[in-house]
Write a protein that binds this ligand. Structure first.
Ligand SMILES: Nc1nc2c(ncn2[C@@H]2O[C@H](COP(=O)(O)OP(=O)(O)OP(=O)(O)O)[C@@H](O)[C@H]2O)c(=O)[nH]1
Ligand SMILES: [Zn+2]
Length: 390
């Protein structure tokens, strides 16, 4: 996976990388920061027509998943839209992640563009996977290298100006490599709500993300049959650190520590999955979209993401590294229970874990309950009763 992580750094810096696929070369570049000159440079270097790869979530926003074109796109999971020459950068951004689906491409209407859509091939899917792993907008500029330009591109690869990544490696970059988490370092850190805590840091094999296991007290981790109280907490910088009122994360984090302590000890896994896996930059974009009336899931979809982009393979790996097989899970999220069960961890019991409902997070929590199936009736109903009384 060596090339993948290097490619991610280049993409985040706004540089193109070359995805190789069945003998062909495809230049790939992030949509963020792309200017008119980016498209011109891609066309010049490759001798091909730059195209925009869009995820199926974004295509649904654009209304492009109906009819025959839609079927082909749906089965491929993404589509490629050839871009007209001289397309303005703001039109490109509007197409990739703009709030209004009523966008047009150059002189062409959206309906005409739909007809121009081509089902994504593996290089396109690889490009999207790289963008997701890099926590960029999940849409990519791509350009196939024409035969006449191949020697030029190969020369740039040879002198180190361009990196190549095989499509099949890039496609797998979201899966993680099971069992390869590295346990890096640890320390005792007393917390306000639990004095006896040990923080253990794990690093993913590609070096990109780090996750923490906080072992609280002396849980019976290696006792056969014991169910260890467990919280899986996805990072939320705004809530966890700043006490944002837009969500319930900060309170849930602190309540989880106190609750695990009260249960006689257990483990909290603090997972680097900011913004349900879309990253902080995109979460801020999603918040701005929510300010115009969208709910938390629709806002993510405008950006091209699914309802929840998190994967829990690293959590399962951390639990096995700690020798934990049976857990009592503190969550309201059925997906977390299913993900652990899929990973071979027995969820013996679930316990709800709540923050306070307020005017700012009410809509967010309701969307989680109504659309995400989160088990929040208790807290939302209690809040409704309280507001009827006052
Ligand atoms: N994309 C997006 N992410 C959000 C938003 N609000 C909060 N988050 C993220 O949602 C995640 C919430 O994580 P958790 O509290 O572990 O999980 P949960 O899915 O709410 O389930 P529980 O275990 O019941 O708390 C964090 O990664 C937050 O950063 C939002 O409006 N948009
Ligand atoms: Zn939060």
């Amino acid at each position: 996976m060596h090339q993948v992580e290097r490619a991610i750094f280049d993409l985040r810096r706004g540089l193109p990388v070359v995805v190789t696929y069945g003998g062909s070369l495809v230049l790939v570049q992030a949509i963020e920061g792309a200017a008119e000159s980016t498209l011109a440079a891609l066309a010049e270097l490759t001798g091909g027509t730059p195209a925009l790869v869009l995820s199926r979530h974004r295509l649904a926003v654009l209304g492009a998943v109906e009819g025959a074109v839609g079927n082909a796109v749906e089965s491929a999971g993404a589509a490629r839209l050839p871009l007209p020459e001289g397309l303005a950068a703001r039109r490109l951004a509007a197409l990739a992640y703009g709030a209004s689906p009523a966008v047009s491409v150059g002189q062409a209407s959206l309906a005409e563009c739909r007809l121009a859509l081509e089902a994504a091939d593996r290089a396109d899917l690889a490009a999207l996977a790289l963008m997701r792993r890099a926590l960029l907008i999940p849409s990519a500029l791509v350009a196939r290298v024409a035969d006449s330009s191949r020697a030029d591109v190969e020369a740039q690869v040879a002198d180190g100006r361009l990196l190549t990544v095989p499509a099949e490696q890039a496609e797998r970059c979201l899966d993680g490599a099971t069992g390869m988490l590295k346990r890096i370092s640890e320390a005792h850190i007393p917390l306000a709500d639990a004095f006896d805590c040990r923080f253990i840091l794990f690093r993913e094999p590609d070096g990109l993300r780090e996750h923490l296991a906080v072992v609280i007290g002396e849980p019976a981790m290696e006792v056969p049959g014991a169910a260890v109280p467990l919280r899986l907490h996805s990072a939320c910088l705004t809530g966890d650190l700043f006490g944002s009122l837009r969500c319930d994360c900060g309170e849930q984090l602190r309540n989880a520590v106190a609750e695990i302590e009260a249960l006689g000890g257990g483990v909290l896994l603090y997972l680097a999955q900011e913004g349900r896996g879309i990253g902080l930059a995109n979460k801020l974009r999603a918040y701005t979209l929510q300010d115009s009336g969208l709910d938390t899931m629709d806002a993510d979809q405008i950006l091209g993401f699914g309802e929840d982009e998190r994967r829990y393979g690293v959590a399962v790996d951390m639990l096995s590294a700690l020798g934990i097989q049976r857990v009592q899970l503190l969550t309201n999220n059925p997906l977390k229970m299913a993900a652990l069960a899929d990973g071979g961890i027995e969820v013996v019991e679930r316990q709800g874990l709540y923050g306070t409902v307020n005017d700012h997070n009410h809509r967010y929590l309701s969307a989680k309950a109504e659309r995400g199936g989160h088990l929040l009736d208790e807290v939302l109903n209690a809040e409704a009763v309280a507001s009827r009384r006052s």
